[in-house]
Design a protein around this ligand. Structure first.
Ligand SMILES: [Zn+2]
Length: 138
């Protein structure tokens, strides 16, 4: 069930994603929220992108998914993670985490994730229902 607070935090995440400079490609942002506090913010990046979270400074030559950036920037246990993304044309995209990131979120004791599914509908997934198949990793 999607509560009003989930919609509110997802909206905040959308605002950050709209502002995220992803070098003219897909821009994704993930935020981890516990209670009414943001624990961490993660930004996706592509090779050569230099700004963003801690990982970007360490590995400037690699692309990093927003979820990995989120988890490497701060402790996210027992948080709800919101993920939103846009194309460079400003169209909102499906923000379901890939199998690899789902595994990372699971291992980091994240409580649940909220994202936009392929039908454009806001979805909340408790950690026990995360799909950790890695076929969609890219
Ligand atoms: Zn991923």
């Amino acid at each position: 069930m999607i509560y009003q607070k989930h919609k509110q935090w997802f909206y905040n995440c959308q605002k950050l994603a709209q502002k995220h400079d992803s070098m003219g490609r897909y821009g994704l942002v993930a935020i981890a929220v516990k209670g009414s506090r943001i624990l961490s913010i993660g930004y996706n990046s592509y090779p050569s992108k230099k700004s963003g979270g801690s990982l970007h400074k360490l590995y400037t030559g690699f692309g990093v998914h927003a979820e990995l950036d989120l988890l490497s920037s701060n402790e996210c246990a027992n948080s709800v993670v919101y993920i939103a993304g846009y194309t460079n044309k400003g169209t909102e995209i499906c923000s379901k985490p890939c199998g690899r990131c789902s595994t990372l979120l699971l291992n980091s004791q994240v409580k649940s994730i909220v994202f936009l599914n392929t039908q454009g509908i806001l979805e909340i997934l408790p950690r026990e229902n995360l799909d950790i198949t890695i076929r969609d990793w890219r």
